[in-house]
Design a protein around this ligand. Sequence first.
Ligand code: MN
Length: 132
Amino acid sequence: MTIARILIIEDNQFNHELIEYLLTEAGYLTLSAWDGLEGLNTARASPPDLILCDLQMPVMNGYEVVQKIKAEAPIDRIPIVAVTASSMTGDSDKAISAGFDGYIAKPIEPRTFIQLIEAFLPPSLRLEANPD
Ligand code: MN
């Protein structure tokens, strides 16, 4: 079967490595970008099945990334999920208004993370739902 490729756009080393670890451990393939512009260029060069994107980043923030991705075929069809600092900051609502397909709140909860991200993958690409 096809293994989903998931692009991580996150400048914080701890969060980036944790997300990468959880995805890899679940069997997914990952692509890494450490700022928004690198993420946009990676999405263009090698379109992934899903993008997980931090909001506050150097060079280009997550709001600019989603704006550019959603305005550019064929990458406009890739689901892009914001990884937001906290529901308290209002970032989650802002993320949806900005064009993100959804959001996952930090801190990352390892036990539920894969289930959360799989909601944004087509069923045929969900490894936990399709253990074979
Ligand atoms: Mn950040």
